[in-house]
Design a protein around this ligand. Structure first.
Ligand SMILES: *Cc1c(COP(=O)(O)O)cnc(C)c1O
Length: 344
């Protein structure tokens, strides 16, 4: 019997045996009082990795992004975001809810905003207008099917930000996927952002947690905001221990996920109803348009589920598959056969 092949997200990954062992043995303290050595180790590993001053362990990527926006902005400000950005679409309006700032969504070419368009949207100081204080970039880009935003584009946006004294927050939930795909080290991506956030709980397979990284003065304030949002956690070295294993052991295997995503995309892209350019599958995420004469998106998802394949409909017309450590070659091959059986 096959197992359920769960392609809904890389967040469904279960912790490894090594993580569970590290969790069981973790030396812990009260992290809100500042004395959990395992959290401190994870935070200093993370800031070293990104070549920045300091880091903060947060319960989720959403909280990391929310804190970053809060620290870099004040009320009456505006934040430039890419139109399909996670921070703008998938975080329950957190930036307006928590920080009362106005998002300014811009179109893009697969996640890459036009730098001159970014510049055109930085407001001149005026009593009428919000103050543009922050630009958010995302890479790899979830909403664009795991697209890798080109480094030249990110650098050009950095130059615009510097010219106008605007900060950049880098949503690097999957920055390790971008780095594995391009060979560009993560600290080179981190240079783009005044702050960067990455997730331990996605392809890296830790059960919980993300890291926010930036200058010491930024992290000092971020720590206060985390507490205010209810994100201060006590013997959380138990979870951080899994995060340390994630950084040490799980980064280099992300390439396997990318290969499986490509294989799946290559085998299904020309089936009836599927609208997918396999060249657009650069990392672990496949998003394709679905438009079938007999099957709605939801019906297709149900048929997959009846055959023990799980995927997500992200809109009424789009379906997402994500590869990760808990779907192997066998899952991929079985899923290709199942999709062919349903659509042919
Ligand atoms: C998942 C994700 C987040 C948020 O992480 P959570 O831990 O789910 O809150 C932020 N940005 C991007 C691009 C993501 O994919």
């Amino acid at each position: 019997m096959h197992k359920i092949s769960d392609f809904r997200s890389d967040t469904v990954t279960r912790p490894t045996e090594q993580m569970r062992k590290a969790m069981a043995e973790a030396i812990v303290g009260d992290d809100v009082l500042g004395d959990d050595p395992t959290v401190q180790e994870l935070e200093s590993m993370s800031s070293d990795l990104m070549h920045k001053e300091a880091a903060l362990y947060v319960p989720s990527g959403t909280m990391g992004n929310s804190i970053a926006v809060n620290v870099w902005t004040r009320e009456l400000d505006e934040v430039i975001v890419e139109a399909k950005a996670h921070i703008y679409n998938m975080e329950s309006t957190s930036i307006t809810f928590i920080s009362r700032v106005n998002p300014r969504p811009l179109p893009s070419n697969r996640g890459a905003m036009d730098p001159s368009e970014v510049e055109r949207n930085i407001k001149k100081p005026s009593v009428h207008l919000p103050r543009t204080s922050l630009i958010c970039v995302e890479n790899s880009h979830n909403g664009w099917g795991g697209a890798v935003v080109p480094m030249e584009n990110l650098k050009a946006i950095r130059e615009v930000a510097d010219r106008h004294d605007v900060k950049i927050h880098y949503d690097g939930a999957r920055v390790f996927n971008a780095s594995q795909a391009t060979g560009i080290p993560v600290d080179e991506y981190a240079v783009i952002g005044d702050s960067i956030m990455f997730c331990l709980s996605k392809g890296l397979s830790a059960p919980v947690g993300s890291i926010l990284i930036g200058p010491q003065i930024f992290i000092d304030q971020a720590r206060r905001v985390r507490k205010a949002l209810g994100g201060g956690m006590r013997q959380v070295g138990i979870l951080a221990a899994a995060g340390i294993v994630a950084l040490n052991e799980m980064v280099s295997r992300l390439g396997e996920d990318h290969k499986r995503a490509k294989r799946l995309a290559m085998e299904i892209h020309d089936l009836p109803g599927i609208n997918l350019n396999p060249a657009h599958v650069e990392t672990d995420i496949i998003i394709f348009g679905f438009d079938h004469p007999e099957l709605s998106t939801d019906e297709f998802i149900i048929k997959l589920k009846e055959r023990d394949v799980l995927a997500l409909a992200t809109t009424a017309k789009d379906i997402r598959f994500v590869t990760h450590k808990d779907v192997d070659d066998e899952d991929v091959e079985r899923t290709i056969a199942v999709i062919r059986e349903i659509l042919l």
